[in-house]
Design a protein. Structure first.
Length: 64
């Protein structure tokens, strides 16, 4: 669901675009059926509030 802006639940900063967030690339983690974990094949972007660094969500950047 796209909106005009989001509000950081930690510091109240109003964010209107990804330019107002820090982005870090993180490796996907997969859990294994009999326990244990391992790395998956994909990476995702972790979006952080630039003001307080609270994680706001994960996903991929739109290319359009």
């Amino acid at each position: 669901m796209a909106t005009d802006h989001i509000t950081c639940p930690e510091c109240g900063e109003e964010i209107g675009s990804t330019d107002q967030m820090d982005v870090e690339e993180v490796q996907e983690i997969r859990s294994k059926p009999r326990g244990g974990i391992g790395y998956g094949d994909a990476t995702q972007n972790l979006y952080l509030c630039k003001n307080c660094r609270k994680p706001l969500g994960i996903g991929t950047r739109d290319t359009e």
